[in-house]
Design a protein around this ligand. Structure first.
Ligand code: NAD
Length: 455
């Protein structure tokens, strides 16, 4: 089915704020042809010039941080503080990628009878399919390094959050990037997104979203052996050992799963606490949860805003029957898609809320006995994206970091994502890595050339 338009709704009020045309499969086809042409010129340009243009793009984004942040608040309901950080993250990603253009070097490998070199060549046209939970940063995770490595990018934002992406495409042109090199194609996943995945002219798909759709994209890509990077779901553990600074661990726990209203693939939604400090930890956690400020995301003091949509609200509610025991914070009544911060206590480890990705402000707390038990529980999931380990024992911190099967771990911290460090999932949380020192390489083919010295 072709959708002609999408309504963009402000999640804090439920009101329609904009109507955006959807891109048909035929329009995707035309966009791929334009992008392929633009990419040829871009790949042929001097690396220093490509780097300069990307830095200029970063500069123009920097001049529009407040505007982009306000747009993010309106279409995604993010708190204004977070939204400013997210717009700044786009600038930083572009700057970081620009620094890589002239450092994308191949190797010279010792061989007999000649000289052997590797060349990192751009793939061509890249399709970036983004989710609604972090519309700006995730769009830029794929776009910035792909452009830096000499590719063109077609970005399909989520149906609910196309506005910042469309604005970024305008800013790219303002910065002087060649026309058609970076195009934004709003539309439905099964139409516009699928057209990108099926198109033989799109060399690689970078997809961030649900594990279900990620698997279908991998299957659709198989007949063409299309390259994919997949960033999928998570159910990450927050492991609190008895020897940790318990006050610090409890104080940091609320925002480890409430940031962005829990709509975060890295949210630490399984709080694993050593049994000997379980009750004390809950006593410290309860007031911290109850004092989280939930409300108007445009208010500077707000820590947590609404969920993205009615669909998401219904989904989160389905996981949390009223009679489940737990700690609950507060949320506004009235219009908008609000759900109060919730920690479920006395929940079975195999209950849906304890093992499925809820993608809302809901965590389950589970006791464990010792280090081996903590590792067993932490790994008892098909996901493997993030996780945190709270302990004062440095040997234990390292042992557990090695034993937990997840791509992004933090010790005595909940940080997961930095543009300068690699990010991605183990198991069904994803395939491939983004960000970090090798971000550009993911958008290249390695060509090996042997030159004989015998002729
Ligand atoms: P989603 O899978 O529903 O949609 C993601 C994107 O894919 C959207 O743009 C959508 O339009 C598109 N899409 C849907 N069906 C498609 C199809 N058949 N072909 C091509 N494109 C299609 O996910 P969502 O609900 O927008 O995002 C939430 C999910 O994203 C959560 O599971 C979350 O964990 C995950 N996520 C993962 C990361 C990570 O880095 N690992 C980061 C953020 C979000």
């Amino acid at each position: 089915m072709t959708h002609a338009h999408h309504e963009v709704v402000n999640p804090a009020t439920g009101e329609v704020i904009e109507t955006v045309p959807a891109t048909s499969a035929a329009e995707v086809d035309a966009a791929v042809a334009r992008a392929a042409k633009a990419q040829e010129g871009w790949a042929a340009a001097a690396p220093a010039d490509r780097a300069r243009l990307l830095r200029r793009f970063a500069g123009v984004v920097d001049e529009h941080i407040e505007e982009l942040a306000r747009l993010e608040v309106r279409e995604a309901g993010h708190t204004i503080g977070n939204a400013r950080w997210e717009a700044g993250n786009v600038r930083d990603l572009l700057d970081f990628a620009a620094g890589g253009v002239e450092r994308l070097t191949g190797r010279q490998i010792p061989v007999a009878g000649g000289l052997d070199i590797t060349i990192l060549e751009p793939l061509g046209v890249i399709g970036v399919i983004a989710p609604w939970n972090f519309p700006m940063p995730i769009a830029a995770w794929g776009t910035a390094p792909a452009l830096a490595a000499g590719n063109a990018v077609l970005l399909k934002p989520a149906e609910t959050t196309p506005l910042t992406a469309l604005r970024l495409a305008e800013l790219a042109l303002e910065a002087g990037l060649p026309e058609h090199l970076f195009q934004v194609l709003p539309g439905a996943g099964d139409v516009t997104g699928n057209a990108l995945v099926e198109h033989p002219g799109v060399a690689k798909i970078v997809f961030t979203g649900s594990t279900r759709v990620g698997k279908s994209i991998m299957a659709t890509s198989a007949p063409l052996v299309k390259r994919v990077t997949l960033e999928l779901g998570g159910k990450s553990p927050n492991i609190v050992f008895a020897d940790s600074d318990l006050q610090a661990a409890a104080a940091a726990t609320p925002m480890s799963f409430l940031d962005n209203s829990g709509q975060d693939c890295c949210a630490r939604t399984r709080i694993l606490v050593q049994r000997s400090v379980y009750d004390r930890f809950l006593d410290l956690l309860a007031p911290a949860i109850e004092s989280v400020v939930v409300g108007d995301p445009a208010d500077e003091k707000t820590q947590m805003g609404p969920l993205i949509s009615q669909v998401q609200l219904d989904r989160v509610r389905s996981y949390v029957p009223d009679d489940l025991p737990g700690i609950r914070g507060s949320a506004p009544d009235g219009p908008g898609f609000w759900f109060a911060p919730t920690v479920l206590t006395d929940i079975a480890p195999d209950a849906p809320a304890a093992c499925e990705e809820v993608f809302g402000p809901v965590a389950a707390v589970l006791p464990f006995d010792d280090e081996a038990d903590a590792i067993r529980l932490a790994n008892a999931t098909d996901y493997g994206l993030s996780g945190s380990i709270w302990t004062r024992d440095i040997g234990r911190a390292l042992r557990v970091s090695r034993a937990v099967a997840a791509g992004n771990l933090s010790v005595n911290s909940h940080s997961s994502v930095r543009y300068s460090t690699p990010f991605g999932g183990y198991k069904q949380s994803g395939l491939g890595r983004e960000l970090g020192p090798d971000a550009l390489t993911a958008f290249t083919e390695t060509k090996n050339v042997f030159i004989s010295t015998e002729a």
